[in-house]
Design a protein around this ligand. Structure first.
Ligand SMILES: [Zn+2]
Length: 113
């Protein structure tokens, strides 16, 4: 599963942060996840529970903050949230739209002790 390797990558980051700060437990991890990242939040939560078993992150929670898809019109420069994958400018109805947000997959903070 795609989400499994992503969860493992996030766990590596969390464990490294924990060691670098002389901490011994990971309470929670905050993650920004764009709706166009191709990652399913529910699947990622499920995988997180699986990969953290037997690690200092075993009881931790992953907080997934989903980021909407943002487009910018190439004709009139309007920036807008893309709904239902409709890449059409709400201002001039152009279909020349550049995707400028929604592909994020980034750990934003880690709560450790
Ligand atoms: Zn436009």
């Amino acid at each position: 599963m795609h989400e499994m390797s992503i969860a493992e990558g996030i766990l590596d980051i969390a464990l490294e942060t924990m060691r670098n700060n002389d901490a011994s437990i990971i309470h929670s991890v905050q993650l920004d996840l764009g709706l166009m990242s191709g990652v399913e939040p529910d699947a990622l939560s499920f995988c997180w529970d699986a990969v953290t078993k037997g690690t200092p992150a075993e009881t931790s929670k992953i907080d997934i903050h989903t980021i909407p898809i943002t487009g910018q019109c190439l004709d009139c420069d309007t920036i807008f949230d893309v709904q239902d994958y409709k890449f059409i400018c709400p201002h001039c109805e152009s279909r020349l739209v550049n995707t400028i947000g929604g592909r994020e997959l980034q750990v934003t903070s880690i709560d450790i002790d």
